[in-house]
Each structure stands twice: as C-alpha cells, then as structure tokens.
Design a protein around this ligand. Structure first.
Ligand code: PGA
Length: 229
C-alpha cells in the first residue's frame, strides 16, 4: 500500500490494531505515546464508536512512562485521554510500568505481547531505550537524553521534562509477537534509514529491531518495510 499522508499512515496502523483485536479479542497490545500515534488513536476511537470494536478484553501495556511526574503529564494520562477513556476498555486491563515491580512478569502472565506499536526518537530510541541500551534489557529505569527531553518539552510548557523514565526493555519489545514502528515527517527519514538500512548497533536502538521476524515499518515519507512471512 502506498502511504503518502499522515492520515493514511494512521488509518493503516489503526486497521492493523483492529484486525488484531478481531482475531484475538483478549490480545495484549504494547502502546506508545508521543506525537506520531495521535492520529492512530483518533482513527481507533472513530472506528470503535457505537461498539464496532470491543475493547473490553483487550490488555493494554504502555511502553514507558516518566518517573516523578505530575499525573497530568504522565503517559498513562496521555493514553487515557487519547484512547482508554474513549473506547470500552476495562480499567483492570490497562497497565503501565510504573504500577508494578515486575512488568515483564505481568506481561508474561497475560500471555505476552501480541502487537507492539513503536515510535522512533530523533536519536533512534524506541520507547525510552536510549542509545547504548543493551539488547538483553528487560523493563528498566532510564535516564532521558537531552534530545528526548527537548522533543517532549512542548507537552510540559515552561516546566522541566523529568530526567528519568521507566521503559519496556529491548528484550521486552523483541519478545512481542509482532512489532509495527511508525514515523511521520521528513525529519524522521534520516534516523529511519540508519535504523533499518544501516548496521545493527545499540547506538541506534531501533536498528536492533532488524532481527525481529515480524516487523513492519510504516512511514508517510515513502519508507516501508515488512519482514512478515
Ligand atoms: P514522537 O516520538 O512520536 O513524538 O516523534 C517518538 C518517540 O520518541 O518514540
């Protein structure tokens, strides 16, 4: 499929998520925050109106969140405002790594992630796995780089972006049965090309995904990749 606009990208990713929910009503989703997925969530909400998609058994796992942040700035609030409160998701199925000591154990106890959606940072990070994070990492605390803090500053106005987050590790993400990474806008072209056409290195954490067997990369600037089948 030829994707040329942010709207098309968002609709395609929303369709992938809905297809997964229809195929497996109690599936486990790994869900991102940031600017890029906002359109996907909007499309999901629209397509879920009037009970068209049943979220009541879907288990949602936020990829990451800030530590020591006012609740209103947390990624959990972002997901609540953009998705959870607008579909018929069940409160007890909405998980976040700040809520439990053993997030990986919780994910495993729920059967493992079926589909994980990722953005990509300007420095190649996935979730809060900043450059240098090792392939074997499970959920862990991470220090945010200045580039990540700058990219997220707009949500904080004049307040400082927290220094630390907690994030699914690379290993947590790689264990997901399928992964879709989304990127929008020319400013992401360079990092997407180095992540998926360049060498596999933990200096560009997204490049580690090249080893995943069921990976899609969907962009609105002409770069597409699918390793499925
Ligand atoms: P963005 O963030 O969607 O706001 O560009 C992506 C990310 O940092 O993962």
């Amino acid at each position: 499929m030829d994707i040329q606009t942010y709207q098309q990208l968002s609709a395609l990713v929303a369709d992938q998520i809905i297809a997964k929910i229809k195929q497996k009503p109690d599936c486990c989703l790994g869900l991102p925050t940031g600017h890029t997925p906002i359109g996907t969530y909007k499309s999901l909400v629209e397509q879920s109106a009037n009970g068209q998609v049943d979220w009541s058994r879907v288990r949602c796992f936020a990829l990451d969140d800030y530590l020591e942040v006012d609740a209103s700035f947390s990624f959990q609030s972002f997901l609540q405002n953009n998705l959870y409160d607008k579909v018929n998701a069940s409160r007890q199925n909405l998980f976040n790594p700040t809520m439990v000591d053993n997030y990986d154990g919780l994910i495993a106890a729920n059967g493992g992630l079926d589909l994980t959606i990722l953005g990509i940072g300007a420095n190649g990070h996935i979730a809060f796995n900043e450059p240098g994070t090792c392939l074997q990492s499970w959920t862990h605390c991470s220090f945010l780089t200045s580039s990540t803090k700058l990219a997220n500053q707009d949500a904080f106005g004049s307040q400082e972006v927290p220094d630390r987050g907690i994030t699914m590790g690379i290993k947590t993400i790689m264990e997901s049965r399928s992964i879709t990474l989304i990127a929008s806008g020319e400013k992401k072209r360079g990092i997407v090309e180095s992540a998926f056409r360049g060498p596999i290195t933990n200096e560009v954490p997204a490049s580690l995904l090249q080893e995943h067997k069921t990976l899609s990369v969907i962009t609105d600037f002409g770069f597409m990749l699918s390793t499925a089948n």
